[in-house]
Design a protein around this ligand. Structure first.
Ligand SMILES: Cc1cc2nc3c(=O)[nH]c(=O)nc-3n(C[C@H](O)[C@H](O)[C@H](O)COP(=O)(O)O)c2cc1C
Length: 205
């Protein structure tokens, strides 16, 4: 009888250990499920400066149209209205745009840039080209082999040489799709999608 009791207790203990092992397995599977969460490979990075935040509005729609992550290129020191006065020779924006080596500091760096294969880079046209902070952004990362598509908003100018300027100065090893596009007039998501389709990006891009 005593022997039977000992065998019974051992069997019950073995069963208990087995159930613990099973529950651990379940936890492991849950972790595996988490790690298979799909990471986006397209990024829309944008800089917007005026109070109207025109470029931001378009960037949000582009991110929706392309199922992309969105990142704001935020200056460490925000631009004031005076800074943006293009009629003032001494304003911050005029001084920066006269100096092709100016690199205004950015507040935050993306830690997961490796994840992205296609990057849309958006900005307001300043003096017919991209604001210098876009150079700062591009120079912070190794963009070799990544596809970059510039887009902009403006008071009427087209992309001009903004894409070529950026490529040459700050990311020559990326695969640029130029000239990119000015997306003025608050275009709806559908018309942005139509433009993206004309780019004929590879599935892997
Ligand atoms: C310093 C400065 C320079 C500008 N230069 C041009 C220009 O050369 N051509 C143009 O069409 N618009 C120019 N603009 C107008 C902006 O491109 C336009 O208002 C843009 O949509 C603003 O975008 P945001 O609201 O995202 O800052 C300039 C604006 C500023 C502040």
């Amino acid at each position: 009888m005593k022997k039977f009791t000992i065998v019974f207790i051992m069997a019950a203990f073995a069963l208990f250990l087995g159930s613990c092992a099973d529950s651990n397995k379940t936890d492991g599977n849950a972790e595996a499920a988490d790690s298979t969460e799909v990471k986006k490979t397209t990024l829309v990075a944008y800089f917007t400066a005026s109070e109207l935040r025109t470029t931001e509005r378009v960037a949000k729609r582009l991110a929706e149209a392309t199922d992309a992550d969105l990142f704001e290129i935020l200056p460490a020191l925000a631009y004031t209205t005076e800074d943006l006065d293009w009629k003032d020779e001494d304003s911050r924006s005029t001084i920066e745009m006269k100096d092709s080596t100016a690199r205004p500091e950015i507040a935050e760096k993306l830690e997961n840039m490796d994840q992205y294969t296609t990057i849309y880079v958006g900005f307001p046209i300043w003096w017919y080209t991209a604001p210098r902070i876009i150079n700062t952004f591009l120079e912070q990362y190794d963009l070799t082999g990544k596809t970059i598509i510039p887009f902009a908003t403006s008071g009427g100018s087209d992309m001009g040489k903004s894409g070529e300027d950026l490529k040459k100065a700050s990311a020559p090893n990326a695969n640029w799709i130029l000239p990119g596009k000015v997306l003025n007039g608050n275009p709806p998501v559908d018309s942005i999608k139509a433009w993206v389709e004309t780019l004929q990006l590879n599935k892997e891009d």
